[in-house]
Design a binder for this molecule. Structure first.
Ligand SMILES: [Zn+2]
Ligand SMILES: [Zn+2]
Length: 186
């Protein structure tokens, strides 16, 4: 998923890449359980040289992800349609560039990369896979739900309560009280 920029001269060049879902094995992000890439991922836009050695990727990333619902565990789809405008500088230059910018402006160290939209390239190629994976993580919902009203699984019998109605009692009974109730019955 490398984008060769060695022959990139003045002006913008079109980028139109299709990436098969198999390229992305099951991915795990810090925030979530696993998600899988279901459809073809497209990166479409332009790439151009900016001042000096900076290269700008201006593109739209589209894809379809699937992840389990946090309540009922059924997989559901998450569409990705994100615009990225990322400035790439040669590996090693990133620290230098951000240091200069931080000095001239008042940007906090830990958020500087995000604010500046900066990334690195090495060997005259941009890693599109990295760009795409970043967008996948941003697209994942904070609270993964198949639907807002998902009723989850029955904690007693495990039935999917979106699909079936079980007769289980949902309330929790104090085991000591339950023992007392049993005594009374006898
Ligand atoms: Zn659900
Ligand atoms: Zn049940």
């Amino acid at each position: 998923m490398l984008l060769d920029i060695s022959r990139l001269r003045r002006g913008a060049e079109e980028v139109n890449r299709q990436i098969d879902p198999e390229v992305f094995a099951v991915q795990t992000s810090d925030r979530h359980d696993e998600y899988t890439v279901k459809g073809v991922t497209t990166v479409k836009g332009t790439v151009r040289r900016d001042q000096g050695t900076t290269v700008v990727l201006d593109a739209t990333v589209t894809s379809t992800l699937e992840m389990p619902c946090s309540r009922c565990l059924e997989p559901f789809t998450v569409p990705v349609n994100a615009h990225v405008e990322t400035r790439f500088v040669p590996a090693g230059d990133l620290a230098k560039v951000t240091a200069e910018t931080v000095k001239s402006g008042e940007i906090e160290d830990d958020v500087e990369d995000q604010i500046l939209g900066l990334a690195e390239y090495r060997d005259e190629s941009i890693d599109l896979g990295h760009v795409v994976l970043e967008q996948f993580v941003l697209a994942l919902p904070m609270k993964p739900l198949c639907q807002d009203e998902c009723r989850g699984l029955c904690s007693v019998c495990g039935a999917n309560r979106n699909r079936e109605t079980c007769e289980c009692k949902q309330e929790w009974i104090d085991p000591r009280l339950a023992a007392l109730a049993d005594l009374k019955k006898q």
